[in-house]
Design a protein around this ligand. Structure first.
Ligand SMILES: [Zn+2]
Length: 479
């Protein structure tokens, strides 16, 4: 079945047709490492992870690159008005910009791990690619599409007729919008910086191009240099958050295509902003959550992952704590259903005659169809739930249980939000809502919150179950 993805460039669904048959190249705009990653960032990164996993599921070999922006990303989109985010964080904390970058890059990797992200094949740092950025800048200067002014280098937008094709922003509109930030040294207010000279900046380099002054690169040129280094001049898929579309991706297209003379990206994909409690996440509204905040409340990485991927990436997703509780219950239901099947497969329950063949085929087909249509995760989850229900109703044969478990393993390989196949004896047939309490109790015990741990134990006891703690984890048995 062809994979169809929404291409922001054409504003329509496009069939994935990789340049090299059987192999797909993907570039994802990664984190700017100046503060703790928040759940809004991770909606976009998890979308990229699910995309890669599904494309692999469909038999392609994927090469995935995600950059780490550790220099040059300004606090405002307008490169004239902003301060480098790393430098701003350095000023606030008294740490060096280099230490800030190192600290938050490590935290980002930790979050990837906790949210069960399959690591991209390459995660280059912008500061390691100054020379490659320099050779692009050099070429753009030679071609006359970039110019120097007082040591700064600007891309001359008027020399690239395709500017605006991704974001749909027409030139006049851009011109009047840009007039706010008047900068006399630019030929045109729309021109954007490739290189900034600034002796005060902590991160600075001798110009990596001919005839330039010491300084630091603009943000946009970083992604062009790193994607080209690993994936060549043309890539199949480029993703980012919807806020990356303009100006960042528009500028990436202009400078890369002006440099190579080739179409840069086959399919541009953009994940929609995450809403929290119905509105945009912001510190002043008190609805701003880092990944660590959520995990600190006792939710697991799987639960957070489920809550962030359960809605298709282009649809509005409203994140709430209640949604995390729903994620916990949904995961519990799936794991309980899988566990029941394990017991039939392994002979711990007397097997019946149901081979589940129809249900397994229908679930696999519906899952593939949903994911192939622009990664419709909510429909894919519905297909998976259908198989949970069919399995729960059936008295399966060992072979039937085995084939259903293989389907669940496949769905888990793509979505990654349920965890490994449960052990046969982990929680017996305990109700899902009780099973879901176990990780909360473990987290409470870990945090030495014994009151909560005891309250959960009492709640489980009141329902007629007891907790058995074993080295491999806790499980429930009938009291
Ligand atoms: Zn980028």
């Amino acid at each position: 079945m062809p994979i169809r993805l929404h291409n922001s460039l054409t504003r329509s669904l496009a069939e994935l047709q990789p340049r090299t048959p059987g192999q797909v190249t993907m570039y994802h705009c990664g984190p700017t490492v100046y503060s703790s990653p928040h759940i809004g960032n991770f909606r976009s990164f998890l979308f990229a992870d699910v995309l890669r996993r599904f494309v692999e599921d469909q038999g392609y070999r994927v090469t995935q690159v995600m950059n780490v922006t550790d220099v040059g990303h300004l606090t405002l989109d307008d490169i004239e008005g902003g301060e480098d985010k790393m430098e701003a964080a350095s000023r606030k904390t008294g740490k060096t910009a280099w230490d800030i970058a190192k600290q938050y890059e490590a935290e980002f990797h930790d979050c990837q791990h906790k949210l069960h992200v399959r690591l991209p094949h390459h995660m280059p740092r912008a500061t390691d690619f100054i020379a490659q950025m320099g050779s692009i800048i050099d070429d753009l200067l030679q071609k006359g599409v970039a110019y120097q002014a007082n040591g700064n280098v600007y891309f001359e937008v008027a020399r690239f007729p395709g500017y605006g094709k991704l974001s749909g922003k027409v030139l006049d509109e851009l011109e009047s919008g840009a007039r706010v930030a008047v900068n006399d040294e630019k030929k045109d207010p729309r021109d954007f910086a490739l290189w900034k000279t600034d002796q005060k900046h902590q991160m600075q380099w001798d110009a990596p191009f001919r005839g330039g002054a010491r300084g630091f690169p603009g943000w946009h040129i970083e992604c062009s240099a790193m994607s080209m280094h690993y994936l060549g001049p043309q890539i199949d898929i480029h993703t980012g958050g919807e806020d990356n579309m303009f100006p960042h991706h528009e500028c990436e297209i202009a400078q890369t295509e002006a440099h190579t003379g080739k179409q840069f990206v086959g399919i541009w994909m953009h994940a929609r902003h995450l809403l929290v409690d119905g509105t945009k996440m912001s510190k002043s509204l008190g609805n701003f959550f880092t990944v660590a905040d959520i995990l600190g409340k006792g939710y697991s990485g799987l639960e957070l992952r489920y809550a962030l991927i359960r809605v298709q990436y282009r649809q509005a997703l409203n994140f709430t704590l209640q949604g995390l509780d729903e994620a916990r219950a949904a995961i519990g239901r799936v794991q309980q259903g899988r566990q029941r099947l394990v017991r039939f497969r392994d002979g711990l329950e007397r097997a019946g005659s149901d081979d589940l063949a129809t249900a397994v085929a229908a679930a696999n087909e519906a899952f593939t169809a949903a994911m192939s249509e622009d990664l419709n995760v909510s429909e894919a989850l519905a297909a998976l739930s259908g198989l949970v229900n069919a399995g729960n109703r059936a008295q399966p044969s060992a072979v039937g249980a085995k084939s259903a478990l293989a389907a669940f393993a496949r769905f888990e390989d793509v979505l990654g939000c349920f965890g490994p196949e449960p052990k046969a004896d982990a929680t017996g047939d305990a109700p899902a809502e009780l099973v879901a309490l176990l990780p909360q109790r473990t987290a409470a015990k870990k945090a030495k919150d014994f009151a909560t741990a005891d309250r959960i134990r009492d709640q489980i006891a009141a329902a007629g179950w007891k907790i058995v703690d074993a080295p491999s984890g806790s499980r429930l048995e009938k009291a």
